[in-house]
Design a protein around this ligand. Structure first.
Ligand code: FE2
Length: 332
C-alpha cells in the first residue's frame, strides 16, 4: 500500500497526470493518526482505476476518508461502493430504507427504535448504556465476519450536533507499551449483541428481541489486518463482553485499560457532516462513536449506509475467530 502514496499521505504522482480525470484528486490528512479529506473527485462519475487505487490507499493509510458536496443517489452510492468490494445485501432493514436497494440502509428511524420495543428513546438508550464508552463500535462487530468497510452518506443533517468520531485501532495498538502488546497479542474475547443491557421489569420486548436474534463470536483481541498486515487492537465498548480464559474481574479491568487506550483523543478524528458528505472507513481498523448529542434537538438526521463484506478475523497466531451463536460467514 505504501507504494501508492508519499510518506505524508499525498496522492501519488501517477494520479496527477495532467489532462487525466484524476489530475485534481487530493488527499489531505486532517488529524495526526487518522482521517483524510479527499477532494477533486466527483463520486457520481465512473472512477478510473488510478483514482480507485488512490482512494483505497488513503482508506488503508488514514482509516477513514471524507468527501464533501457529493450528489449521490442510492444507485451512485452503491456503484461507488462496488469499486472497493462486495456490498452486503441486507435482509432486515429499517422502515425508511429504500425498497429497491437491499444494500442500502437508511438510519433515519434510529430515534424510533426504542418505540418498537415499547420504550421512549431515552429509556432505551439508558438501559443499553452500561458504560460511557458504549457508543464506540465497529459495524456488526459481533458477527464472525464483520464488514470490511462502510460507506456512509449524509442526506439531511442537523444544523449543529450529530458529528461522528472515529478512532484508529492500529495506532492504539502501536501506542501500547511493548510488554502489554505482547500480553494482549495472545488473548481472545467474546463479542455479543446486546451485552450489558439492563432489562425492564415484567415483559421486555427488547430483551425478547435480543434473545431471538443472538449474535456472538470469539475474536482475537489483536487482529492482523488482512490487507496492511498491521496489528489492530480489536476492542469496542458496544459488543465486547468478556476476555476469555481470564476471570471476570480480570476481564473487566483489562477491558477498561484497553478501551481507554482505544479511545484516546490523539487516535481520533471528528467529522462534521453536511448534506452530501460521504465518509468511507475501514471497519477492520477503526471504531466509531455514534453521536448522542442530537436526539434532544429534534432535528432530522437522514444517513444512508452501504457496507462491504469482510472476512473472518485472524489473530497474531493466525487462528481465526470462532462463531458462538447466530452468525455464519456471508449470511445476513
Ligand atoms: Fe456504526
Amino acid at each position: 500500500m505504501t507504494t501508492d502514496r508519499t510518506t505524508n499521505g499525498e496522492v501519488p504522482p501517477t494520479a496527477r497526470e495532467s489532462g487525466s480525470p484524476t489530475a485534481d484528486v487530493k488527499v489531505s490528512p486532517v488529524a495526526g493518526h487518522i482521517g483524510a479529506e479527499i477532494s477533486g473527485v466527483d463520486l457520481t462519475e465512473p472512477l478510473n482505476d488510478t483514482v480507485v487505487a488512490t482512494i483505497r490507499a488513503a482508506v488503508l493509510r488514514w482509516k477513514v476518508v471524507f468527501f464533501r458536496d457529493q450528489r449521490l443517489d442510492h444507485a451512485a452510492h452503491l456503484a461507488f461502493a462496488r469499486r472497493f468490494g462486495d456490498p452486503v445485501v441486507l435482509r432486515r432493514r429499517g422502515g425508511a430504507s429504500p425498497p429497491d436497494f437491499p444494500e442500502v440502509e437508511t438510519t433515519a428511524d434510529r430515534l424510533e427504535l426504542g418505540g418498537r420495543y415499547g420504550m421512549e428513546h431515552t429509556e432505551w438508550l439508558e438501559r443499553r448504556r452500561h458504560s460511557l464508552l458504549r457508543g464506540w463500535h465497529c459495524d456488526h462487530g459481533a458477527r464472525i465476519d464483520p464488514p470490511a468497510a462502510t460507506v456512509l452518506r449524509a442526506e439531511t443533517v442537523p444544523p449543529y450536533g450529530g458529528d461522528t468520531t472515529w478512532s484508529n485501532l492500529a495506532a492504539a495498538y502501536a501506542g501500547l507499551s511493548a510488554p502489554v502488546r505482547e500480553f494482549v497479542d495472545g488473548l481472545r474475547a467474546e463479542h455479543r449483541l446486546g451485552v450489558g443491557y439492563q432489562s425492564r421489569p415484567g415483559d421486555d420486548a427488547y430483551l425478547r428481541h435480543l434473545l431471538d436474534h443472538q449474535v456472538a463470536s470469539v475474536h482475537p483481541l489483536v487482529r492482523v489486518h488482512p490487507e496492511t498486515g498491521e496489528r489492530v487492537l480489536f476492542v469496542n465498548g458496544y459488543y465486547l463482553e468478556q476476555i476469555v480464559d481470564v476471570s471476570r474481574a480480570e476481564s473487566r479491568l483489562l477491558l477498561e485499560l484497553l478501551l481507554e487506550q482505544a479511545t484516546r483523543p490523539e487516535y481520533t478524528v471528528r467529522f462534521r457532516w453536511e448534506p452530501g458528505s460521504v465518509a468511507f472507513w475501514d471497519n477492520r481498523a477503526t471504531i466509531h462513536l455514534a453521536p448522542s448529542d442530537n436526539a434532544h434537538l429534534g432535528h432530522p438526521r437522514v444517513m444512508h449506509r452501504v457496507m462491504l463484506t469482510g472476512d473472518i478475523p485472524a489473530g497474531v497466531d493466525g487462528k481465526p475467530s470462532q462463531p458462538v451463536t447466530g452468525t455464519a460467514p456471508g449470511r445476513w
